[in-house]
Design a protein around this ligand. Structure first.
Ligand code: FE2
Length: 371
């Protein structure tokens, strides 16, 4: 068990969006997050606005351009629509993480720098990942402010009524990449960040009647960080990964999984907040009853909320995991969230649910005319 990069956890995920103010409202109302900090004209930033939101240790930033020449954001949005621009790893030493990754072949984007104000100092550096996506090495241990210098109290103090989603932290971040890119990116993580390939789904492992995909999970050797990567594989019809790449116009982040320790309450709250989820096939719970296995939460409780369950001792692990996927959160069939609860040391990603899940996605794809 080692983590030579000094990565201690995921930190935040930053989305580029058409309207940060409206996205912040959606995250606050829908996912039950708090708008903690703000950056924009009122804080001296003229070309963009950002809102920083948290729910326990689940942290995000939503950012929008204010000027036609806010080039990096405008070109991203023009091509991809709303999506994940970067995610951050909290690291013990930014300089060390960046230098060792770049020495081993990582593509540098922003060299180590620091931001300072009366509240302390934040260290950051950035490397490239899928197409226009970036990974930030981030350290704010010596910062006492709300998020980082440049951010201030939100301008509008709004109190939103929402149900407590009980979301805790980021469990994993998944990439969708083009044909023949998966191995390249898996090697990139493994070589430059000392990760290892934990699961490898080859041809035939994940397929429905119509479509198929390949998937590899890379993770830090202490398994603090997990980054699955999917690639389309030839099938009779278009796979969900191909649909993503076509509408995102390239490779990028497909979903972020958020951990909870009470998924039944989480999903109930999120449904009340208006979040839409994929539906399990009708026979799903019937089959679970026939199998004679039940999670501690009971089959009835998870069935009421449409939650999927994967018993890992069947698929080679321990314990079980409960999970559910939202529908794409924006207008394009691209990014979505997963809510996940790991019980009894479950390490997987719901392999036993892939079939059910993909059939459900294909029903939605057919409605969009993309199958
Ligand atoms: Fe996932």
């Amino acid at each position: 068990m080692s983590n030579s990069m000094g990565i201690t956890s995921y930190d935040y995920v930053e989305f580029y969006v058409g309207s940060a103010k409206m996205a912040a409202y959606w995250y606050a109302k829908g996912l039950g997050m708090d708008i903690k900090a703000y950056k924009g004209p009122e804080t001296g930033c003229r070309d963009r606005t950002s809102y920083y939101l948290t729910k326990n240790d689940f942290k995000i930033v939503v950012t929008s351009p204010l000027q036609p020449d806010t080039y990096d954001i405008q070109t991203f949005l023009q091509k991809h629509g709303d999506g994940v621009k970067r995610w951050a790893y909290q690291v013990k030493n930014v300089e060390h993480a960046f230098t060792s990754a770049v020495q081993k072949g990582a593509v540098p984007v922003v060299k180590p720098f620091l931001l300072k104000d009366d509240n302390g100092v934040v260290h950051m550096a950035t490397i490239k990942i899928y197409d226009d996506t970036e990974i930030v090495y981030f350290n704010n241990e010596q910062y006492k402010g709300l998020f980082q210098p440049g951010f201030d109290e939100p301008v509008q103090k709004i109190q939103l009524y929402n149900e407590d989603s009980k979301l805790l932290y980021i469990d994993h971040v998944v990439g969708n990449v083009r044909v023949n890119e998966m191995d390249q990116w898996a090697n990139y993580f493994n070589q430059t960040m000392d990760f290892e390939t934990f699961v490898d789904f080859g041809p035939g492992d994940i397929s429905t009647k119509y479509s198929a995909l390949l998937s590899k999970v890379v993770r830090s050797k202490d398994s603090v960080i997990k980054n699955p990567i999917n690639e389309p594989y030839k099938g009779l019809k278009k796979s969900q990964i191909e649909e993503y790449i076509e509408h995102y116009h390239g490779s990028g982040v497909q979903h972020v999984a958020i951990a909870t320790d009470d998924i039944v309450s989480s999903i109930q709250a999120l449904r009340k907040n208006g979040i839409e989820f994929l539906e399990a096939p009708e026979t799903y719970y019937e089959n679970m009853r026939k199998s004679g296995r039940s999670p501690d939460e009971t089959i009835e409780a998870i069935e009421r909320q449409g939650i999927l369950c994967d018993f890992e001792d069947i698929t080679g692990g321990e314990g079980y995991l409960l999970q559910l996927f939202t529908k794409p959160i924006g207008d394009r069939p691209t990014f979505f969230f997963e809510i996940i609860q790991r019980v009894g040391g479950a390490q997987g990603f719901g392999q036993g649910n892939f079939q059910a899940l993909f059939e459900s996605i294909e029903q939605d794809q057919a409605k969009r005319g993309n199958l």
